[in-house]
Every structure is written in C-alpha cells, then in structure tokens.
Ligand binder design. Sequence first.
Ligand code: ZN
Length: 98
Amino acid sequence: MTFRITCPVCGSRDVYEFTYGGHERGPRPAQEGLSAEEHFRWAQFRTTRAEAQEEWWYHGAGCGVWFSMWRNPATNREERPEPVDARGTGPTTEGDGE
Ligand SMILES: [Zn+2]
C-alpha cells in the first residue's frame, strides 16, 4: 500500500521516501524519581489508534529533514483533529469581530 506525505520542504512525495519516527508522545519525563520500568514504558510502548494522531517522519530520500504531521493511520490521510475550545464544545467562533 502506498500513500503520499507532504514534506514541509519538498511537498507531496511517495511514502517510500520517508522513515516513520513514531507518534508524538509529548515531553520526555523528568529523570528524577523515574524508575527504569517507567522510562522503558515511555520509550518503548506505543499505542496506534484509528484516529488522527501527530507523527514524526524523516525524509531520508529527499531533504533529510525530520518533521511532524497529523495523519489518520486508518485511512493514511493527512488530517488534523477539529480544534476544540477550552469548554470542549467544538470549534470557537470568537475572533471574527466584536
Ligand atoms: Zn523533504
């Protein structure tokens, strides 16, 4: 199966030009008080969901840049989740005037 990925430098290219770097896991946990097992779980365990997730990709056959993008692994399409306002009620409509 093939699909296309949009490199921020080169544009849309075949996925075979890229190396998958895993999904975004947030900041590295603080080392102080972190057990070896907790560090292992953070570093090694990954959960792939059938919904849009932020992922890291490396364009090894192109510009050599690491970048993150949003992709739905169920459809292999680049897609970003809908923005949710602070109340969790959906996209905000503020900012378009008074
Ligand atoms: Zn590139």
